[in-house]
Write a protein of this length. Structure first.
Length: 192
């Protein structure tokens, strides 16, 4: 469900672009992101920091696009977001000695520390490359091609990367330690 919520502004941007052009699509993406944040806050009572950052970036770069009637700003938006995510991962590791990937995922996965490190650096590199690729497509092809890439190419790369990560991680996942309370509860439910 969360993936669909994250996909919502991008899909609406794509549809609006196809029917009404880049400036309407930019306004739609800004509004959709605001609605997304409102819905997440209403549904869960909190919004993740990265989603607030994404709202700030779309507001600044989308606003600049609409004010100047220059689509260069909106084309930079994904790159800024990807590079910022990469910098947060790298900065957390180097400056704070904190693996943010492990912080986010350790409740769902048990992995050796060396694998958490590889996971962190692979995501940081992926975000850096993805940001550069966005700029390359944005400034070497027409806007229509960039919008198609943004929806299909960028999302496709993310899907392939996540699937590749899943295959890699499946070899290293360690069983979660058993909770003694779970055993005791299971034993009491078996007794008549």
């Amino acid at each position: 469900m969360k993936l669909l919520i994250d996909f919502f502004p991008i899909a609406l941007f794509f549809i609006a672009f196809k029917f009404a052009g880049i400036y309407v699509a930019t306004a739609v993406a800004m509004l959709a992101t605001l609605v997304q944040i409102g819905w997440l806050y209403f549904k869960y009572g909190k919004v993740e920091p990265m989603q607030w950052i994404s709202l700030g970036i779309i507001t600044v770069f989308g606003g600049a696009t609409l004010l100047t009637h220059n689509d260069t700003f909106i084309k930079w938006k994904p790159t800024i977001l990807f590079w910022l995510m990469g910098c947060i991962l790298i900065g957390g590791q180097l400056l704070m000695k904190k693996n943010f990937i492990k912080s986010l995922m350790s409740a769902q996965l048990s992995l050796p520390d060396e694998i958490w490190q590889k996971l962190l650096w692979s995501w940081a590199v992926f975000f850096t490359v993805k940001g550069g690729l966005n700029l390359w497509v944005a400034f070497n092809y027409d806007t229509d091609t960039w919008v198609n890439y943004k929806l299909f190419g960028s999302m496709g790369l993310m899907l392939l990367f996540v699937l590749g990560q899943g295959v890699y991680l499946s070899k290293h996942i360690q069983p979660q330690p058993e909770d003694p309370n779970d055993k005791a509860q299971a034993k009491t439910t078996e007794e008549p």
